[in-house]
Design a protein around this ligand. Structure first.
Ligand SMILES: Nc1ncnc2c1ncn2[C@@H]1O[C@H](COP(=O)(O)OP(=O)(O)OP(=O)(O)O)[C@@H](O)[C@H]1O
Length: 477
């Protein structure tokens, strides 16, 4: 727990406040007590706790009304609602209102502590945002990274080597390859693990809001800034700030970021007092930052500051051998989340999935598995059960793919199945296609076909025999 992390407790019953406070403080969790929801609301725009425990029935504003307000203004703040044991209706209402959990009274103190810890962890891993702009995903909590392909083993080695370090890291990789997951793993294995991991995606925020999002703002700094707000840098103090799609950061923000990295302090938008922070930066991009530097859209000095250690995440199509394991993992997780029967892929389906191109990388595979859990009817998933867009994307038949690309795909997927000596398979196939097509062009005349191919007539005859090509000699006079 970090010193800044506090849990707020609101209950009109003094003894409940007291018992919760004592129990949580024994666990090193700081508490702040409120005897009414109104008092809590008065403070929440100025300061933020890591979690709130609120009684449901209180004079004045009750727990559900408080929950509704918090859901609107601070959607990432976990709220635990205390209800009377027998009151199923209010338990349901609190879930429907977006409560993180509900705690039936009288409660077991151990249960209360474990709930609060879970809520705090959730809050730390969530992507807090007042305006909910990039809230498209569930927060990630200690997710396993799957990867047996050599390129992923390299990534794991890098995470291992960097454990216990605070060094800046730049992660490169296409969208959906797991950049955020790796950033999180770097954080979890760093000395900062107990402090916040805060993620911010530059591409998801309108440019004119990026500065206040990063650095916070003072009350009245601009229209709509009704209260002072801490930015992501402050939220990440002591921990890690993950800046996704850093290539999309506007020029003036790049300049400010560079200054923070150099000085360790910054000003809130509209502020005059410097704020000191200790934040580790992990940046990520799908773009080639060197190119952006050359084009002049990314500052070279910032690039060098970020590019201390670089980790490259391969596209899913470059590590096809991981596809079956990833698919099994996502299928079982989706089934668990939805509390339904798990599903299995047939060997044929697994092979089919392994051959696809996956332009959306691991995220696309994950979404496909969720879709299958909901939509596929049997316990076994057949090729025909796959979503129509995947069935349409039959590998190697993309109209615009060159044959070299198609060949590359074939090499990739054949190697992924562990085969060796693959030239022995490929060369005869190649020669067969050349010969059959040339013969088709010459109406079957071998002499002309040998000219088209650039072989002597005898060589062509020998090859036709060797390759067992079904071709009768034509009368060539
Ligand atoms: N190797 C992996 N093992 C298990 N899950 C993975 C792996 N890689 C990615 N995922 C999952 O795929 C999804 C996308 O990953 P993530 O958000 O980390 O990608 P990203 O590269 O940061 O994408 P973007 O650049 O679009 O934000 C997440 O749900 C993540 O948990």
């Amino acid at each position: 727990m970090t010193p800044e992390e506090t849990v707020w407790i609101v209950d009109d019953d003094r003894s409940i406040r007291w018992v919760l406070e004592k129990t949580l403080e024994q666990e090193g969790i700081q508490c702040r007590l409120f005897d009414s929801a109104e008092n809590l609301v008065n403070l929440i725009d100025k300061e933020q706790p890591s979690a709130i425990i609120s009684d449901i029935r209180m004079p004045g504003m009750d727990g559900l009304a408080l929950l509704e307000k918090l859901q609107k203004d601070h959607p990432y703040l976990p709220v635990i609602i205390m209800t009377a044991h027998s009151d199923l209706e209010s338990a349901v209402a609190s879930y429907q209102g977006g409560a993180f959990e509900y705690l039936p009274k009288p409660f077991d103190v151990e249960e209360a502590v474990s709930l609060v810890k879970r809520a705090m962890l959730h809050h730390r891993n969530a992507r807090p945002s007042t305006d909910d702009m990039e809230a498209e995903e569930e927060p990630q909590v200690d997710k396993e990274i799957i990867g047996e392909a050599p390129a992923m083993q390299e990534v794991f080695r890098a995470i291992g080597r960097l454990a216990n370090s605070n060094i800046t890291v730049l992660i490169n990789g296409e969208s959906g390859t797991g950049k955020e997951l790796v950033a999180q793993a770097l954080h979890t294995h760093s000395p900062r693990a107990a402090n916040p991991f805060i993620a911010l995606n530059m591409a998801a925020i309108p440019h004119d809001l990026i500065e206040s999002e990063l650095f916070g703002h003072e009350k009245g700094a601009f229209t709509g800034a009704n209260t002072q707000r801490r930015g992501r840098f402050e939220q990440a103090n002591g921990g890690t700030l993950f800046l996704d799609e850093i290539g999309d950061m506007p020029a003036e923000t790049q300049t400010r970021l560079l200054r923070v990295l150099a000085d360790g302090e910054f000003y809130r938008v509209g502020g005059h007092t410097p704020v000191k922070v200790d934040v580790r930066i992990i940046a990520a991009t799908h773009q080639n930052l060197e190119n952006l530097v050359q084009k002049g859209s990314f500052r070279e000095d910032l690039f060098h500051r970020l590019n201390v250690i670089r980790i490259h995440l391969p596209k899913l199509a470059e590590r096809r051998e991981d596809i079956p394991k990833l698919a099994r993992h996502f299928l079982s997780r989706a089934a668990e989340e939805l509390a339904v029967e798990p599903k299995l892929l047939t060997k044929e389906t697994e092979n089919y999935l392994t051959q696809l191109d996956w332009p959306g990388n691991v995220r696309q595979l994950e979404n496909t598995c969720r879709w299958l859990i909901v939509m596929a009817s049997g316990r076994e998933v057949l090729v025909e059960d796959l979503p129509p867009e995947l069935l349409a994307a039959i590998p190697h038949e993309q109209p615009f793919a060159s044959w070299e690309e198609a060949l590359k795909n074939w090499v990739d997927s054949t190697l992924a199945t562990g085969q060796k000596g693959i030239l022995d398979q490929a060369v005869p196939k190649f020669e067969r296609i050349m010969i059959e097509t040339a013969l088709a062009h010459t109406g079957g005349r071998r002499r002309d076909a040998s000219l088209l191919l650039g072989w002597g007539r005898n060589t062509l005859t020998r090859k036709i025999k060797e390759l067992n090509i079904d071709h009768a000699e034509q009368d060539e006079d």
